[in-house]
Design a protein around this ligand. Sequence first.
Ligand code: SF4
Length: 354
Amino acid sequence: MNLLDLPASQWPDKFQELGEASYRGRQTAHWVFRKGITDPRAMTNLPPSTRALLEEERRLGIPSLESAHTSVDGTRKLALRLADGPVIESVLIPRKGRMTLCLSTQAGCGIGCRFCRTAAMGLIRNLSPSEILGQWIQAMRLLGFPTDRAKEGLSIDHVVFMGMGEPLANLDALIPAIRSLTHPDGIGLSPRRITVSTSGLVPKMRLLGEANLGIQLAVSLCAPDDLLRREIMPVGRIYSIAEILEACREFPLRNRERVTFEYVLLKGKNDRPEQARSLGRLLAPFRSKVNLIPFNPFPGSPFERPEEEVVQVFADILSGFHITATVRKSMGPDVLAACGQLARERVASAGAEY
Ligand code: SF4
């Protein structure tokens, strides 16, 4: 049993179950989430017996950091190796006084979006909560584990689940990981600063809503009609746009919060003015904003990136429908860290650490 697979709020009870004083659970969580220490031997305020218990079966194991590449724009792509071999990626994005961490939830992905490099890997396996939180710990270590959260942009202040994998295909790990991200005994991040992005798995969107985590939802739409969406995103054959919009309507949001729709713009495919108008008509009655993502090419990709003017016309048309449309700046394309560019070869050797 890896402790990091349990929400941080449950650590005291778990310690009691293991025959330890419950407050040792909070002490251990402090080492892990406030200092980034996962080697029990370094937890100096724990008695030797507790340290030995934690060392047993790697109860605080996380993926090991294999490499970190920094883009010219400051974006850092982390490659982390899982205990059984696969490598996953996370991305640290410094922007406008913020530090956002983009997390993976699966090794590879089985959804098959045609504009995404991860899709070519297929699904290797789901990540556990400890493997999701391990990405945060490794990223924080790279930043030097800054404790001064008041200084914007020094520490990770936003988390987006937009890395490798479809987060909602791994709800069993996603939900406990988010609970540790937000609990005061864990990372203590405001749920408003956490965004989960989905390709539109309707029943799972409802389950996520029912978990009442207080997080933000983003849906990758990428087409104004089902016919085109099915071609670009095969998952569109299972769930229609109408069903997705209905699930978005039911998603619990606070006042003034809106669902974000992501729209990867593919040259000559879904970037025409009439398609922008169709999208505008579709979303105008809806409490939403649109994030336009000009396609980030990768080796062997079937699509091209549209010109900037085309992107701007698309955004302007949406604005005409009173929809907030923002164009996402590509971060880290030179190290293949931008949206849709994450992928790793299948690997055989194993690696993980305390
Ligand atoms: S965009 Fe997301 S859901 Fe689609 S294939 Fe890539 S990782 Fe999977």
